[in-house]
Design a protein around this ligand. Sequence first.
Ligand SMILES: NC(=O)c1ccc[n+]([C@@H]2O[C@H](COP(=O)([O-])OP(=O)(O)OC[C@H]3O[C@@H](n4cnc5c(N)ncnc54)[C@H](OP(=O)(O)O)[C@@H]3O)[C@@H](O)[C@H]2O)c1
Length: 230
Amino acid sequence: MKLSFKNKVAFITGASRGIGQACAIALAEAGAHCVLSARTQGGLIQTDNMIRQKGGKATLFPFDLQPKNPFDTTIDNIGPSIAQQFHRLDIFIHAAFYYTPLTPVDQITDQDWSKNISINLTSCMKLVRTLSPLLCATPNSQALFLQGITKPGAFWGSVTSVQAAIQNLINCWKEEIKDISTVHVQTITPPPTKTLLRQSFFPAEDKDKLNSPEKTAKIILAFLLKKQNP
Ligand SMILES: NC(=O)c1ccc[n+]([C@@H]2O[C@H](COP(=O)([O-])OP(=O)(O)OC[C@H]3O[C@@H](n4cnc5c(N)ncnc54)[C@H](OP(=O)(O)O)[C@@H]3O)[C@@H](O)[C@H]2O)c1
């Protein structure tokens, strides 16, 4: 299938490595202008270089999903900044995820718990809040959230709790905007993919059996395209 996202504007979190980076490169190659975000400037520059090599265009938007202080409004400014520069947002892919150690529930530390909630859950709410007006104003826009394991199991309390909460939040937002916009709100669980996150959760598994991020990105883009032209 020939993938075309010509003249689309896409905002991708987690674009410094892994699946987010591969999605950004594939989207840019298919014609989208990609706004790239993550903390690591070096990773974003690498993504930008790979996009340029393929003839694509990107804008870098480095930031930490963990607020620096209670008055940090960096995330709140993202929607207005994209609106000011591009006047539209066709695709939002939320691929950023902060790794919290797999631990028995009775040993989760306050620090790990609060970082998990702040970076993974609160920031997701803030991203939806800041991007929703622009996504709703852009015809047939798409918001895609990459989700992992939500089924509870030993040692997965921290990770699965936050992912289940994210899923609820997204479902509620989807209901709220379904009659007043044409935004396609979706979640997708990517197949096992060779990334730093995967390596942290499953250090002993056979990496040769995992998808490359590029292969997973192709699946994700095909999914987006199917929703664009059902
Ligand atoms: N890999 C798999 O097999 C798999 C399977 C199912 C679901 N998923 C889901 O797919 C998504 C992407 O995972 P991945 O495997 O590609 O992980 P990854 O390679 O570890 O990438 C995670 C991304 O999140 C960003 N990030 C982490 N903390 C951040 C923070 N505080 N502020 C801003 N950005 C931050 C990282 O960038 P910086 O460190 O530069 O900030 C990085 O770009 C996740 O939601 C994951 O749950 C992955």
